[in-house]
Ligand binder design. Structure first.
Ligand code: HSE
Length: 410
């Protein structure tokens, strides 16, 4: 007997219920469980007109104490009370699935351990990349490899905004408002535009690949709020686009370098062609060189699709504990300082002079666009260690209007 409960009836929760009943017969066949059903939906709000109105409860204990419920799908978001509910359910041996990247990024190691101890599963395919299968491929299909790097466009909202700025000349705020209307953005969109959402996702991917919990505060994170239309235009002149990239790579000294930042991505890289709300993730490994994952990274049904994929697995794998684990970490001593990384930089200045730019940075590539204001100079530096770049930039006469790293995964 497999009954499920859905915690939260917001965008993703209502999508999960909708998609389950749309495809219920096929889902039941795929799990081999004829009576798989959603028995409860937890939400503090009233839904008197919902076709599922008999399933609603405001009391989590109804779910926790019902032995028929063996799967809990947490789609509420936020750490509390989501974490408290998931922890309590796992301790009762109920498998849990979640779309909640904030909770996994902060509590993943602990929840995975509890799942193992109680012979059940904790799955979170929906937490990263929306509908894109990425957790399972990393944990299973690609598990034989040494994964050397992952780089992705992991936030649909910012990709939507940058795409609209690039192709429709839309202002940042208008594009953000549209993303919110379409249900892509977080409750507080600062988490999207300041890079925190992508940071949580890169925490999850890094922890999964390298087997040690990477907490959000270990990761240098920059969002897109400082990106201007001029930067986007200079990227086009250079032959690329500005994208918010979450990445992690293995360094020669054995540490890993996870990071979130806007980057110039050249048009030769597939990531530059990921537009709108779509996400794209490139994985590099010794046995397969490079694979790319692409799809809808946010929204009601795409996220519900990943939630239900995990629900199906939990139903099929009932009585086992096969979900991945990683160790907890006490400090960030396995994380490389991003200032030691080697990067080329795009710089936009006003009032600087070319002789000094070349004296400091050597052989730069100047970018020239129509309608640039008087005195504005934009250029790409050769590759150099980031802390050396900072020193040189601080010696530059003139105002620095913008600087963006060029994507480099070596
Ligand atoms: N706000 C997130 C995004 C939702 O825009 O990608 C999916 O995690």
């Amino acid at each position: 007997m497999a009954k499920a409960a859905v915690l939260g009836y917001g965008v993703v929760g209502s999508g999960t219920v909708e998609l389950f009943y749309k495809n219920a017969e096929a889902i039941r066949k795929r799990t081999g469980q004829k009576d798989l059903d959603i028995k409860y939906i937890l939400d503090i709000r009233e839904f008197p007109d919902s076709p599922y109105k008999d399933k609603f409860t405001k009391n989590f204990d109804d779910i926790l104490n019902d032995d028929e419920v063996s799967i809990v799908a947490e789609v509420m978001g936020g750490v509390h009370p989501a974490y408290d509910f998931v922890k309590a359910a796992l301790e009762k041996g109920k498998s849990c699935v979640t779309s909640n990247k904030e909770m996994v990024a902060q509590k993943g190691a602990e929840l995975l351990k509890i799942a193992k101890e109680h012979n059940c599963n904790f799955m979170f395919e929906a937490s990263t990349g929306g509908a894109i299968p990425i957790i399972r491929p990393l944990h299973q299909c690609l598990a034989a490899n040494d994964i050397t790097a992952v780089a992705g466009i992991l936030n649909g909202t910012t990709n939507f905004i940058l795409t609209k700025m690039f192709s429709e000349n839309m202002a940042f705020d208008d594009a953000l408002a549209l993303a919110q209307k379409l249900g892509y953005a977080e409750k507080n969109p600062a988490a999207d535009v300041e890079g925190l959402d992508a940071c949580r996702k890169i925490c999850i991917l890094s922890s999964l690949i390298y087997g040690k919990h990477v907490y959000p505060d270990y990761i240098h994170t920059e969002g897109i709020t400082a990106i201007t239309k001029a930067d986007v235009e200079y990227a086009e002149v250079w032959g690329g686009k500005v994208k918010l990239i979450g990445s992690v790579k293995k360094c020669a000294n054995g540490k890993i370098l996870p990071m979130v930042r806007p980057a110039f991505v050249c048009n030769d890289m597939q990531l530059s062609n990921i537009s709108d709300v779509f996400n794209g993730i490139t994985v590099y490994g010794d046995g397969f060189d490079e694979v790319m994952f692409y799809g809808r990274g946010a929204g009601k049904l795409p996220t519900a699709s990943a939630v239900l994929g995990d629900v199906i697995d939990c139903a099929r794998l009932s009585g086992t504990s096969v979900s991945q684990t990683w160790e907890d970490s006490e400090n960030a001593d396995f994380i490389e300082d991003y200032k030691n990384d080697t990067v080329a930089m795009y710089v936009r200045t006003s009032g600087a002079d070319k002789a000094q730019i070349e004296k400091l940075f050597g052989n730069v590539e100047y970018l020239v666009k129509d309608n640039a204001p008087e005195g504005e100079i934009a250029f790409i530096t050769p590759e150099l260690v980031e802390k050396d770049f900072d020193e040189k930039l601080s010696a530059l006469n003139g105002e620095v209007l913008g600087k963006i790293r060029v994507l480099n995964l070596r």
